[in-house]
Write a protein that binds this ligand. Structure first.
Ligand code: ZN
Length: 402
């Protein structure tokens, strides 16, 4: 059965019945020196991979594979390298993946010392790691961590250890968790979310979530520290800003999941980003972590969370479906408009969020009808503005099998 508005990853997750996510957990500082030592060896292996790759390219006019590199690095662990052999293989695999991903013959060398030192990074494969008695076991060593997730409840897969700019170490680990059986939402309401540039998010309820200025009050201190060349202070302030941002996103996703039985988020397109000169990585990171948080928190709470296509969501009227709203780059400055067909006054972003919600509900309806759960749909659509005037499900539902 086609699901025109479900994204691929959402479909995959549905099909597997498990959720995969990456947990980032702080390692206690007493292990930093061990990890630092190992990361220097990782750099040596990485640079060896690069060197070998360049030689093979020059000699044989081809890009080597991870398999080639595995043969070259085999035995390195016996000759004084303290890394797990699986870690060595994880490095060569990562090297080849990144080279393909960036479409480059040469990547950056990893630097172990000096001002251009690369932040520590130690990849590992699933077989190299286990969790027992509250500790992470890696290479015969037990690493203590600030385990806020309860790692014991997950199946551990591959990942890496990484160091942040302040010298703190984290384990970033991919985990599987069996999905709780999909329950009828305890909350009989739904919400659509339009992630945006001007505000972080507009909700179909009409609420707006400001893109918080996390650093305003820290800016003077940051400027002082930068002028004085106090690098550690600058790093600490940047970390503080990042923590505030993370905290803000967590609070937002938690409250959305608590208050709604069904949550629909637009699949923010890169075209939206292309229309701005704003700090892309920051926006992008905020959007994707909010989506990820909603997916896993919603999962745990038994909520329906779906990523929904947002194409034409700003142009379509959420009341009657006429495609008459602002479009393209020139339309970006239009914050509100009136539908020429039904005369409804729209806030640009709220209208987009409502369209996302309508599409999400239509998607759920098609899912539920397959499962014979029409009742849950009724509960999920029990919403005042939806029951008005056909609720726009007519033209919008085009292409949705329901
Ligand atoms: Zn209209």
């Amino acid at each position: 059965m086609p699901r025109p508005f479900a994204s691929n990853s959402a479909q995959r997750q549905l099909a597997l019945g498990v959720t995969t996510r990456v947990l980032r957990i702080r390692i206690k500082d007493k292990h930093a020196s061990l990890l630092n030592r190992q990361s220097i060896e990782v750099n040596q292996v990485w640079n060896f991979c690069q060197d070998s790759s360049l030689q093979i390219l020059a000699r044989e006019q081809r890009f080597c594979t991870a398999y080639d590199l595995d043969k070259l690095t085999a035995g390195a662990t016996k000759e004084g390298l303290s890394l797990h052999s699986q870690t060595v293989q994880a490095i060569s695999a990562e090297y080849c993946t990144r080279r393909r991903q960036f479409n480059r013959a040469k990547l950056r060398w990893r630097v172990s010392r000096g001002t251009r030192r690369s932040l520590g990074w130690i990849p590992f494969k699933a077989v190299a790691i286990s969790y027992r008695n509250g500790q992470l076991h890696y290479q015969g060593r037990a690493l203590s961590l600030w385990d806020s997730f309860g790692l014991a409840g997950y199946k551990l897969r591959g990942g890496n250890f990484s160091e942040d700019a302040r010298g703190r170490w984290y384990v970033n680990i991919t985990v599987d968790k069996a999905k709780p059986s999909a329950a009828v939402p305890q909350m009989a309401n739904s919400v659509g979310i339009d992630l945006g540039l001007k505000e972080l998010a507009a909700l179909s309820t009409g609420a707006k979530v400001e893109a918080e200025q996390f650093y305003r009050d820290l800016e003077p201190a940051l400027a002082v520290a930068q002028r004085a060349g106090k690098k550690d202070r600058v790093k600490a302030l940047h970390a503080k800003i990042a923590n505030r941002r993370k905290d803000h996103l967590h609070k937002l996703s938690t409250s959305l999941v608590r208050q709604h039985g069904a949550i629909f988020v637009g699949d923010v397109s890169s075209s939206k980003l292309a229309k701005t000169r704003m700090a892309k990585s920051v926006l992008d990171a905020g959007w994707s972590s909010l989506k990820t948080q909603l997916l896993y928190k919603g999962d745990d709470a038994g909520r329906w969370v779906r990523i929904i296509s947002e194409s034409y969501s700003t142009q379509d009227c959420s009341a009657c479906g006429t495609r008459a709203g602002p479009k393209g780059q020139s339309g970006l400055s239009v914050r509100s408009w009136i539908c020429p067909t039904c005369q409804t006054a729209h806030d640009r972003d709220t209208n987009a969020a409502r369209n996302i919600e309508l599409r999400g509900l239509a998607l759920l309806k098609s899912e539920f009808s397959v499962a014979g759960e029409a009742k849950a749909y009724e509960a999920a659509t029990n919403k005042a503005w939806l029951s008005q005037a056909g609720a726009g499900l007519g033209p919008l539902a085009e292409g949705i099998p329901c």
